[in-house]
Design a protein around this ligand. Structure first.
Ligand SMILES: *Cc1c(COP(=O)(O)O)cnc(C)c1O
Length: 179
């Protein structure tokens, strides 16, 4: 995906319904997403509605990064949906002993890491695609390239979740039900 960090519009605000899969959340996303499409992007990275400095989600997916080998994702809040895919990938990362941090991610931090040429993976997490690799992120009008090569951590996480779903890996958490 090619995405841009949204610095004007927001998907959800404190005191609203952004944490839930609620139809009303999606109406406000159409116009900014359309503007992003017209500018050549697939979707936007949502930031907090007050400062636009903290990264929240991308499109209708939770957003995760791998920065210098550590899986990083923002903590749940009233404006971030509590996605099952995010939760599952965090559980898998923990099982595998991967380094992970659930903490606020500042747009500037991301920009600095990309500008310094650090290896940054960025991907959306949601039921539909499991993971959606992000190749390009525009911040303040400048485009940066993320790491999407085959040995990226995101594919390892995706494969493990796929294997658990298909009965090809041990289902430690009892996520599957035989019906
Ligand atoms: C559906 C959705 C997600 C992902 O949730 P899953 O439970 O993993 O499918 C994340 N953010 C938003 C805004 C969503 O609508």
């Amino acid at each position: 995906l090619k995405v841009k960090v949204e610095d004007t519009y927001s998907r959800a605000a404190d005191g609203g319904t952004g944490f839930a899969k609620c139809g009303g959340n999606y109406g406000g996303a159409f116009y900014p997403t359309q503007l992003a499409r017209e500018a050549g992007y697939d979707q936007v990275i949502w930031t907090d509605s007050k400062t636009h400095e903290l990264i929240e989600e991308s499109g209708t997916m939770n957003l995760m990064f791998v920065i210098n080998g550590t899986l990083v994702t923002p903590p749940l809040s009233g404006t971030i949906l509590d996605g099952i895919t995010r939760d599952s990938l965090l559980a898998i990362a923990k099982d595998k002993g991967l380094k992970m941090e659930v903490r606020p991610v500042n747009v500037n931090e991301l920009k600095q890491a990309l500008e310094a040429g650090q290896k940054v993976e960025a991907f959306g997490a949601g039921t539909a695609a499991v993971i959606a690799p992000i190749e390009t992120i525009a911040i303040d009008g400048k485009e940066y390239t993320c790491y999407i090569a085959e040995d990226a951590m995101m594919y390892q996480l995706q494969k493990e979740l796929y294997d658990i779903r298909h009965g090809n890996a041990v289902d430690n958490h009892h996520w599957n039900y035989i019906i």
